[in-house]
Write a protein of this length. Sequence first.
Length: 319
Amino acid sequence: MLDDPLVQGLNPQQAAAVVHSGTPLLVVAGAGSGKTRVLTRRIAYLMARRNVRPFEILAITFTNKAAGEMKERVADLVGPIAKSMWVSTFHSACVRILRVEAHRLGYSNNFTIYDSADSQRLIALVCKDLNLDPKRYPPRQFASTISNAKNELLGPADYLNSTNNQYEQICADVYSLYQKRLGQANAMDFDDLLLNTHIILEKFPDVLYKYQHKFRYVLIDEFQDTNYLQYEIVRKIADVFQNITVVGDDAQSIYAFRGATIDNILNFEKDFPELKVFMKNHIKDCKPEEIDAFFTSEVFRFCFSFFISWLHNSKSDRS
């Protein structure tokens, strides 16, 4: 196996992850440990050694730059055939799906995409129509609440049913009118790109079947940065063939403010019980530079600060 050019330069555990077959795969390792390299080599291995066609692969990462680099790396390994793969962010992949399927929800397929500034401007107009004081009810705060609701799969009616106080009821009014105005403008905000894709996959079995059989292999980089909605989309698509590979770091998430949750890693085994896990969780498995990276990480600083605080409080209790 290690004689294969596609696994040369990898350690035995990395190589085993690249060539693994038959069950879902989770690779958990720290920053700088070569997780993305393993994912890139695995994509190339699927095409070159398993005869997987590039258009059967959906590879997801978290920035357009990273997606472009991943596609280039795979192309360097297997040639220009890699250009036919879907390698993109979640939002870009959902846009491609919605440009074909959005009519099922009453949009035209040339819908407009509102960025965060567009969304806040529209919310400000909605607040004005509802006679809400922008100083007391900042549009940015409503935008954050609506975004969080969408990433928890809560539409306006669902959110209204979950309200517990007057402020949340006001949020529900803003959310409802905001979505109505978006629809009138044939527009979606960034969160709608994900939510509407999920709604279509949920409501239209023929569409779900189409993409389940189109993307027989699903691979996700930086899995710890996925939120609940993103995970539900890929879980649905991968449900039939279960050829899903995810790589992530259970000690690091840079998108927690967008609803990213480490629970997706922790619960992955529940959704895919045949899962094979590769973990790099012992210091003896790490290179010196990886150890250095850990001791300068936010995770280590947080744990060290917590320990010092605990030690100080313990001394205070004894004195």
